[in-house]
Design a protein around this ligand. Structure first.
Ligand SMILES: [Mn+2]
Length: 454
């Protein structure tokens, strides 16, 4: 139990608790904040949470935006981290003197990224002079919108190189500065020195977003900032309940993310979120859908490296299910838990991959992005890579996935290769034996059910 309590990974959106009876060997995973940092070769100082020049350019950009008093658009991602990052930035801009009437937010439609044509058109209707793109992932793209504008991207998702960003936009990314800071933490670090009231009004948002991405038991030890004062005012329990609520709307079939954004920018404390009726209803809906699919069993690949779950739900629960199974499925050969959802977007498969907890400390670490890319390299048909599209193998090395057409997903499954049930041999018996498939975790609903319902 302690094993999980002290080592919840940063990509665990909702750190699961193991079943009471689970008896597994203790797994040593160094605490997240102890991930070795990179140092500046000239000064010997730790580079964290992002390169210094990027952080100072971001601060200049914010100051310039306030001074300009022009229409400003914030485009935060849908989850607790992205939305908190947006709320921190919005409060900072207002504290610095930007007229709130000039600030609007754009939240993406279900299944879209910022580069989709309809999102570009929707963002352009705000006629923004300044655009902040927060926690949306990093990839090479044309300018955020066609019309003249200035853009800053704040992110922590893996960027393949320094050109993996929208054309003409400034960026600040924590992806190469371990322990990788979340977008909320990075935004808070950028904003905190800009106005004395930022720490007072935004520190809880920084914690909320960070717990959203890193798990709720992350240690606030260096290089992470000291948040003792915040935890004196708001308990971790309250903040963690707020994380589940802010994440609920994007998990429902209705995908009412604007509800979560509205609740977050109106809230003066995490406690305000706990009594928000929209969020409470969304959590109940998402919880019911999660419960429906929490008993699916996996198929194992012939090489034992993949456990694949297939679900069919209009709700974004595939990532929750993969995160949770990653805590329970243990086999020395297992490297990737893959949960594929055929019901989320028409004609597409949304799939979410996680590294099982028992092999997370492996050296060199398991790199899901590289494993997925390797599958494509093994395809008989060399056009597969192109047909999978841009939303394949993005995200983080330890938490990746994709949104791909159905036929192409099946091609990937063929490359992975599974035992057929009828061909059960000695070798298959070993990989598919019931003993490696634990009872579905009865705690899978913790995140939703252990909260007050009204
Ligand atoms: Mn994030």
């Amino acid at each position: 139990m302690r094993r999980l309590a002290s080592t919840a990974p940063w990509w665990a959106e909702a750190a699961p608790k193991p079943p009471q009876k689970a008896k597994k060997p203790k797994i040593e995973i160094p605490a997240y904040h102890l991930t070795p940092s990179v140092t500046d070769p000239e000064t010997g100082e730790i580079v964290w949470p992002a390169p210094r020049d990027q952080i100072s350019r971001a601060r200049d950009f914010i100051q310039e935006c306030v001074a300009a008093q022009q229409p400003t658009l914030i485009v935060p991602d849908k989850d607790a981290d992205g939305l908190s990052s947006g709320a921190i930035l919005r409060r900072t801009l207002i504290l610095l003197g930007l007229d709130p009437a000039l600030i609007s937010a754009h939240l993406l439609q279900k299944g879209n990224d910022v580069h989709a044509a309809d999102e570009r058109a929707a963002m352009a209707t705000h006629k923004p002079a300044y655009i902040f793109v927060l926690d949306q992932g990093s990839q090479r793209s044309p300018p955020i919108i066609d019309a003249p504008h200035k853009a800053l991207l704040i992110d922590h998702h893996w960027a393949r190189d320094d050109t993996d960003f929208p054309e003409g936009a400034l960026h600040v990314s924590s992806c190469r500065c371990p322990p990788v800071a979340t977008s909320a933490l990075l935004t808070y670090t950028i904003c905190a020195p800009l106005h004395p009231d930022v720490p007072k009004t935004c520190a809880w948002l920084c914690v909320l977003g960070t717990h959203g991405d890193l798990g709720t038991s992350i240690k606030w030890d260096p290089p992470f900032p000291d948040m003792k004062d915040t935890f004196k005012i708001y308990t971790k329990t309250t903040i963690n309940k707020a994380v589940a609520l802010v994440n609920a709307p994007r998990r429902t079939p209705a995908y009412n993310v604007p509800e979560a954004w509205a609740a977050l920018i109106a809230a003066n404390s995490p406690g305000d979120l706990l009594v928000n009726n929209d969020l409470l209803v969304a959590r109940a809906v998402a919880g019911a859908e999660l419960k429906r699919w929490s008993h699916e069993r996996p198929r194992f690949s012939r090489d034992g490296r993949f456990a694949v779950f297939r679900i069919n739900s209009p709700a974004q629960i595939h990532n929750v299910i993969s995160t949770r199974w990653a805590a329970f499925l243990t086999s020395p050969r297992l490297e990737v838990i893959l949960v594929a959802n055929e019901g989320y977007l028409p004609g597409k498969v949304n799939f979410s991959c996680r590294v099982p907890q028992n092999v997370r400390a492996r050296d060199p670490p398991i790199d899901i992005i590289a494993i997925l890319m390797d599958l494509v390299d093994r395809a008989k048909n060399p056009t597969l890579k192109e047909r999978l599209g841009e939303s394949f193998a993005r995200g983080h090395k330890q938490a990746s996935g994709g949104i791909v057409p159905k036929a192409e997903f099946e091609e990937l499954m063929e490359i992975i290769g599974f035992w057929k049930a009828v061909e059960k041999t000695e070798a298959t018996a070993e990989t598919t034996t019931e003993s490696v498939v634990p009872e579905p975790p009865n705690t899978i609903m913790n995140n939703f059910e252990k909260q007050p319902t009204g």
